[in-house]
Design a protein around this ligand. Structure first.
Ligand code: BG6
Length: 510
């Protein structure tokens, strides 16, 4: 809440980070190199890091502070998005980086960490504020939290917070157990469960679009909306993460968390104020209204896919089963599509179609809201060539890439007579604002460090999401699919089109 905490700026402009230490567990991993370190560097670049801070990386691999700094420099240079790497800025950032190797099950490791933190408090002036960031293998989360607790690192002079990377559990039961383990050490107010989609500028803009304008909200309900489609397509495969992904699958990796959160952003009620408790209450309420599919109906409302090899355009792409670390017989979904229904007054009867997949034709994430057709057709339809057909209004919110919003409507084709053709009204972030968009991790790190959990998920949301996908996971885990059922580079299995066709709908090609 925007209360006595001077670091919470309700409008989020120029929010600054207070003196603190950040301890990253799993600092030798992909996420630290690709996302966390570039984000911290960028926050520093903008002058939003405090004069006093320390980032302590940890992992099992032995490394000196110097080696860690060199490694982080290389990854920041490589993965910094849309912004320059500047040597002098790096040189003022680098002395704040430290490294401590250790085994997460070893009490001695936490004692060494405590000593590091004490030094940082003295020499870096971190005021005892510590953010612990869990980015290890998820199976280590509970062990790390216990280690922090036993070494009494969760208490001290300043604030102590814990950021937990997804996946938050593997199902409802394991999510609850993990939550219990965390609450043994950290109170709920100090726990930040990250879902980086909520930090994406364009996902935040859904709220601005809906609740910062007067004309859309009156139409945003079952009376005017015919259906909603959410697509998160990736052209990449599993990129060296075969063994992790094999245990996860598309439904768990993307739908249970990111896409249900996006769906909640599209469907939730407005909160009365923009404050963590109020906004998260509304998201949670929406997620609790998502109807869990009966196991006997899973085949009607959910489709699993797995990509096979392709030779399109003379390029050989391996199938999922040929990827390193993946079983030759694996039953893991690399594509998932689900029809959700939301049991509340606003959305009763409106299908929310959600799909995601690896090795689809392109990388695109968008939301399409299809409105009902005009009740009566007065005009002939067709452009110059007479081929276009009457199309209902469609609002598209593009999350990435080419971030923007467009609205399709029918327009008169120039000339005598009244012929109509669909046209579109477009807003593009790039051309409207001409300013750099912060990455999701920049936004979310600054928020956690300044004590704002609005864009973080809460345990009740996590549980509601597991409840929504649980029956599908149960049915799929006991099944032998006829995989692969789509070729790399195509839009997924035919059953997914059939699922929509049964309602007289079809997937847009984004
Ligand atoms: C991650 C998933 O959470 O999100 C990845 O584990 C996926 O499999 C990624 O590729 C997508 O994120 P973004 O921001 O690139 O859309």
């Amino acid at each position: 809440m925007a209360d006595a905490n001077p670091f919470v700026d309700p409008l989020r402009f120029a929010r600054r980070v207070p003196p603190c230490a950040v301890v990253i567990f799993g600092a030798n991993g992909d996420l630290t190199m690709r996302k966390l370190m570039p984000a911290l560097y960028r926050i520093h670049y903008e002058g939003r890091m405090p004069a006093s801070f320390a980032v302590i990386g940890t992992s099992r691999t032995a490394m000196t502070d110097e080696a860690f700094r060199a490694k982080m420099r290389a990854s920041v240079e490589k993965f910094l998005e849309d912004s320059p790497f500047e040597r002098d800025v790096w040189e003022s950032f680098e002395p704040n980086l430290f490294y401590e190797a250790g085994d997460v099950a070893d009490a001695g490791f936490y004692a060494r960490l405590a000593a590091r933190l004490a030094v940082a408090e003295g020499s870096s002036g971190t005021a005892g504020n510590v953010l612990f960031y869990l980015s290890t293998q998820p199976s280590h989360y509970a062990t790390v939290v216990r280690g922090i607790g036993e070494a009494r690192l969760a208490e001290g002079a300043g604030w102590r917070r814990l950021v937990v990377e997804k996946p938050f559990g593997h199902d409802l039961d394991s999510a609850r157990k993990l939550d219990d383990a965390i609450h043994e050490v950290f109170p709920e107010a100090s726990v930040y469960r990250i879902d980086h989609y909520l930090g994406k500028e364009t996902v935040q803009n859904i709220l601005a679009f809906r609740f910062g304008n007067g004309i859309f909200e009156p139409l945003w309900n079952r009376r005017y909306v015919n259906y909603v489609q959410i697509t998160a397509a990736e052209s990449i495969g599993v990129e060296g993460r075969g063994s992790y992904y094999q245990e996860t699958g598309a439904l768990r990796d993307m739908i249970q968390n990111h896409l249900l959160q996006v769906m909640a952003t599209v469907g939730m009620e407005p909160s009365n104020i923009f404050e963590a408790g109020a906004v998260r209450d509304e998201r949670a309420k929406f997620l609790r209204s998502v109807r869990p599919i009966k196991t006997s109906d899973v085949d009607k409302y959910a489709v699993a896919g797995q990509y096979g090899p392709s030779r399109a355009g003379g390029v050989e792409t391996p199938g999922f089963r040929e990827e390193p670390g993946v079983d030759a017989e694996t039953q893991t979904d690399t594509y998932a599509a689900v029809t959700f229904y939301v049991d509340n007054w606003r959305w009763a009867g409106v299908p929310f179609y959600v799909r995601t997949g690896k090795r689809l034709p392109k990388r695109v994430t968008d939301i399409a809201i299809q409105f009902n057709s005009a009740p009566h057709s007065l005009f002939a339809v067709g452009g110059e060539d007479g081929r276009a057909s009457a199309r209902p209004n469609l609002l598209i919110m593009r999350i990435q890439p080419e971030e923007g919003i467009s609205l399709r409507f029918m327009s008169k084709y120039p000339g005598s007579g009244m012929k109509l053709r669909p046209v579109s009204m477009d807003f593009s972030y790039g051309s409207s604002f001409g300013t750099r968009t912060p990455t999701a991790y920049e936004t979310l790190l600054v928020d956690a460090l300044s004590g704002d959990a609005t864009l973080y998920t809460r345990q009740d949301m996590v549980e509601a999401s597991w409840r929504a996908v649980g029956p599908i996971l149960d049915v799929w885990s006991g099944r032998r699919f006829d995989f692969p059922n789509y070729s790399a580079g195509t839009w997924g299995p035919a059953e997914s089109d059939d699922m929509l066709a049964r309602n007289g709908h079809f997937w847009r090609i984004p």
